[in-house]
Design a protein around this ligand. Structure first.
Ligand code: PLP
Length: 427
């Protein structure tokens, strides 16, 4: 820290220049997070810069807006009683997952106590999950039973569950939009299999849906798909407002089927800000702007707007899937149909000469961020790539990506050497 104060404009310019070294968010095809914004969102964020989400007494209207968002989501996710559902905003799906996981752990422990059985070996069953569930398990002392991915599977398959679920299972996490492949796990079929396991073994296991991305996609693009509170075993759902919810970074949501699913002793009463406010969260102080921006987006876009935005992204993703299939060396894992607006693919098994990591590096020369990564166990020998199509990344941009993919492939296969590809088109 310097000893002396400085002129705000000078400091701003220095930091601004430094930030230019960051990647261009609009060319980042690796992230699920919103990189699009509107002027009105910036203005609302500005108005809320001092508003602290925890301070519900000083900012009762921000608290009311949060409560409305919870009811809107409960309704969107087909809660049987959206007006009385319980839920809250978080900093993202990771915090929301911790809260959902904790509620399941507490409910399981209460049930074990009622039955006079030991409650010292809780486990959580899931397929290829995002790292937040590994964190939840480690931080809160729960055994994570991660079911390996079967050949040609894009997520957990229901028939795998029986070997992993038992009386110590606090819950099964089903993913709506698997991080590695972008496909949905079949929540209704997972739940039906858990019904069967319940009948046969007596283990009555709830489902939490990690709908980080899918929670804002499925209601608009796949309204007939029962993945939410229409499925009886689903007790809680999390989603990232800052992914396909289109809000700026820093907001997630968790909603429970009904208040009874959230054990009372997880809720703390805060009275030193004035009033007596119930709170269930890992953080204390947190900005209110993201929540207000989420509410703005619900009102601004409505169901029609979300349908159009996600629909346009999905069209582009399907188009990209077709182009990638035509390029030759790739085999699609997920072709952009039926789940998230995205594609995932690998190199054909007989392909030689270069790896997907080489391709990632080549694309990076032109500014594109397209990640390559291994699938989770037991298929970690398979490297895949994925492209997320988000609001603000249009067909035009994706067609430029396809052109660059083609050039990179040519170069990597030794078709051309030397000078990097020149763009034929400028914005
Ligand atoms: C992104 C993601 C998370 C983590 O969400 P954050 O909002 O980044 O904390 C958890 N689960 C899934 C399936 C995700 O895609």
């Amino acid at each position: 820290m310097p000893e002396r104060m400085a002129d705000p404009r000078a400091v701003f310019e220095v930091i601004n220049a430094e930030l230019m070294l960051d990647g261009d968010a609009a060319q980042n095809l690796a992230t699920f997070c919103t990189t699009w914004t509107e002027d009105e969102i910036r203005r609302l964020m500005d108005l809320c810069v001092a508003k602290n989400m925890i301070d519900k007494d000083e900012y009762p209207q921000t608290a009311e807006i949060e409560a409305r968002c919870v009811r809107i989501l409960a309704d969107l996710w087909n809660s049987p009683a959206e007006a009385t559902t319980i839920g809250c905003s978080t900093t993202g799906s990771s915090e929301a997952a911790m809260l959902g996981g904790l509620a399941m752990k507490w409910r399981w422990r209460q049930r074990r106590a009622r039955e006079g059985k030991p409650a010292d070996k809780p486990n959580l069953v899931c397929g290829p999950v995002q790292i937040c569930w590994e964190k939840f398990a480690r931080y809160f002392d729960v055994e994570l039973r991660q079911i390996p991915l079967e050949d040609d599977a894009t997520g957990l398959r229901p028939h795998q569950l029986a070997a992993y679920v038992d009386e110590n299972t606090i819950g099964v996490v089903a993913i709506l939009g698997v991080t590695f492949t972008c496909d949905y796990e079949p929540v209704a079929a997972i739940s039906a299999e858990l019904d069967r396991i319940h009948r046969e073994t007596g283990a009555d296991v709830p489902v939490h849906v990690d709908a980080a991305s899918g929670g804002f996609v499925a209601p608009f693009l796949q309204p007939g798909l029962a993945w939410d509170f229409r499925v009886g075993r689903v007790v809680s759902i999390n989603a990232s407002g800052h992914k396909y919810g289109l809000a700026p970074l820093g907001v997630g949501w968790v909603v429970w089927r009904d208040a009874a699913e959230l054990p009372e002793d997880l809720v703390f009463r805060v009275n030193y800000l004035g009033g007596d406010m119930p709170t269930f969260a890992l953080n204390f102080s947190r900005p209110g702007g993201e929540v207000v921006a989420q509410y703005y987006l619900f009102q601004r876009l409505g169901r029609e707007g979300y349908r159009r935005v996600q629909g346009a992204c999905a069209d582009t993703a399907r188009w990209l899937g077709e182009r990638i299939a035509e390029l030759g060396p790739f085999e699609l894992l997920y072709d952009g149909r039926g789940a998230l607006p995205a594609v995932s693919y690998k190199l054909k098994s007989d392909h030689t000469g270069f790896t997907l990591y080489d391709l990632t590096e080549q694309l990076r020369v032109r500014g594109w961020q397209v990640p390559s990564y291994p699938l989770p166990a037991d298929r970690d020998g398979t490297v895949v790539q994925r492209v997320l199509v988000r609001h603000g990344i249009g067909r035009d941009e994706i067609s430029l990506l396809v052109d660059d993919l083609e050039r990179c492939l040519e170069r990597l296969s030794g078709g051309t050497t030397g000078a990097p590809a020149r763009p034929s088109f400028h914005h």
